[in-house]
Design a protein around this ligand. Structure first.
Ligand SMILES: Cc1cc2nc3c(=O)[nH]c(=O)nc-3n(C[C@H](O)[C@H](O)[C@H](O)COP(=O)(O)OP(=O)(O)OC[C@H]3O[C@@H](n4cnc5c(N)ncnc54)[C@H](O)[C@@H]3O)c2cc1C
Length: 156
C-alpha cells in the first residue's frame, strides 16, 4: 500500500507517525509512506523564514507546552511553559528524527494535482529545484497542507 502525505508540518508528521505505527503493528499490510514538502525543511508554519509563514521573531505559544506536545514525546524540562517558535520547531524536528519520519520526506517537491482513479489516486508533483515533473500512483493521499495554501477540491 502506498500512501502520499502532502506537507511536512505537524499534521503531516503526526499522520506519518500514526500510519507507520499501525503498519508496524499490523504487519499484514506493507505500507510505503512518502511525504512531499515544497519547502526545504520540515515544521511548516513554525519555520520562521518559510515563504508565506506568518511566524514572527518574538512569538511565544498561546498554549502551555503540555497541551501542545505529542502524546508520546514530552517537551524537554528546560523548555519554558510557553515555548518560543524556535523551541517548538526544535521539538518538532526531534520528534521527526526520533521516529525516523525525516527519512520519508522529499523536500522541495510540490504537489500540483491529485486526481482520483477508479482505485487510488494519481499524484502530480514538481521538483522545485530542477523543475522536473513526476506522475505517480498512490492508494491513499492525506492532504496536510495547512491553512496558508489555497487548494481546490476535485469533483467526483
Ligand atoms: C503565528 C502563529 C502562531 C501559532 N501559535 C500556535 C500555538 O501557540 N499553539 C498551537 O498549538 N498552534 C499554534 N499555531 C497553529 C499552527 O498552525 C499549528 O500548530 C500547526 O503547526 C499547523 O500544522 P499543519 O501541519 O496543519 O500546517 P503547516 O504548519 O502550515 O504545514 C503545512 C505544510 O504543507 C506544505 N505544503 C503546502 N502545500 C503543499 C504542496 N502543494 N506540496 C507540498 N507541500 C505543501 C507547506 O510548505 C507546509 O510545510 C500558530 C500558527 C501561527 C501562524
Amino acid at each position: 500500500m502506498r500512501v502520499c502525505i502532502i506537507g511536512a508540518g505537524v499534521a503531516g508528521l503526526i499522520s506519518a507517525h500514526v500510519i507507520k505505527q499501525l503498519s508496524e503493528t499490523y504487519q499484514r499490510i506493507t505500507t510505503q509512506i512518502v511525504i512531499y514538502e515544497q519547502n526545504s525543511s520540515l515544521g511548516g508554519t513554525w519555520v520562521l523564514n518559510n515563504p508565506g509563514s506568518s511566524m514572527y521573531e518574538d512569538l511565544v505559544t498561546n498554549l502551555p507546552k503540555h497541551v501542545m506536545q505529542f502524546s508520546n514525546v514530552a517537551f524537554p524540562e528546560s523548555v519554558p511553559e510557553y515555548p518560543s517558535h524556535e523551541q517548538v520547531l526544535n521539538y518538532i524536528r526531534e520528534f521527526a528524527a526520533l521516529h525516523r519520519l525525516d527519512e520519508l520526506i522529499v523536500f522541495q517537491r510540490q504537489v500540483v494535482l491529485v486526481s482520483p482513479k477508479e482505485s487510488g489516486f494519481l499524484v502530480e508533483t514538481k521538483d522545485l529545484v530542477s523543475q522536473a515533473e513526476f506522475l505517480e500512483e498512490f492508494d491513499s493521499v492525506l492532504v496536510c497542507n495547512g491553512v496558508r495554501d489555497s487548494s481546490r477540491l476535485f469533483l467526483y
